[in-house]
Design a binder for this molecule. Structure first.
Ligand SMILES: CC(C)(COP(=O)(O)OP(=O)(O)OC[C@H]1O[C@@H](n2cnc3c(N)ncnc32)[C@H](O)[C@@H]1OP(=O)(O)O)[C@@H](O)C(=O)NCCC(=O)NCCS
Length: 191
């Protein structure tokens, strides 16, 4: 179990694998965090949809890491088992900008030391800034499966080095280039 102090004011967070009784909190963080990024259709606004998503989609195929403080889940990262793919990274909004996302990402990088890939919606500027700081680079673009919104494929390689860095802005694509392909896999580009 890893411990960190994310800032002098912030509580000590612990990073560990999710417990069964935390599934509801993870689902709510996932749902409300998604709502911060884009509106949800009525079916997907239902909290039960997200709980089932955690139970049937994330838990069986991912290492589900939670950041916990005072017995409360502050955020989670879902790392696809046996793949260098970060499927989801969400932090409770009230805990944003305290280093919780960075801590979860660092734990994912520790578990996948060679490199990591992920997808992010192109309009999600906060997340893009966050990942660029952590040395992720844009390596592809396309459309998300669920929302059919432009999304970007990001990659970090250990060769790129650890730590925080500014990289070039990827900009927002107007249309996907013809060479765009997405690997067929169990990934869920929902962000
Ligand atoms: C993107 C996301 C995971 C970042 O989580 P976070 O916990 O806020 O991340 P951090 O606190 O580590 O870093 C974010 C910002 O806080 C700043 N920060 C980090 N630690 C800090 C501290 N101790 N004091 C002040 N600021 C700090 C960082 O510099 C960064 O600044 P920036 O937004 O200007 O780039 C979070 O905003 C989120 O859940 N968003 C909604 C879901 C989402 O978009 N997920 C990613 C989809 S791929």
């Amino acid at each position: 179990m890893n411990r960190l102090r994310s800032s002098p004011e912030a509580p000590v967070c612990r990073l560990r694998d999710v417990r069964r009784d935390e599934i509801g909190e993870v689902a709510e963080i996932w749902r409300s965090g998604t709502l911060e990024v884009h509106p949800l259709h009525s079916q997907r606004a239902d909290p039960g949809h997200w709980r089932r998503g955690v139970e049937r989609w994330l838990v069986p195929r991912c290492e589900l890491i939670v950041a916990v403080a005072a017995e409360r889940v502050l955020g989670f990262a879902a790392l696809v088992e046996d793949e260098d793919y970060l499927d989801q990274l969400y932090v409770r909004k009230s805990a944003w900008s305290r280093g919780v996302g960075s801590a979860l990402l660092a734990e994912a990088q520790r578990r996948r030391p060679d490199g990591l890939e992920l997808h992010v919606l192109a309009h999600n500027q906060r997340a893009l800034r966050f990942y660029r700081r952590h040395r992720f680079r844009v390596v592809g673009w396309g459309f998300s499966r669920d929302e059919h919104l432009p999304d970007l494929e990001l990659r970090w390689r250990a060769d790129d080095g650890p730590g925080v860095a500014e990289c070039e802005s990827p900009g927002t694509p107007r249309s996907p280039p013809p060479w765009t392909t997405r690997k067929s896999s169990t990934r869920s580009p929902r962000r």
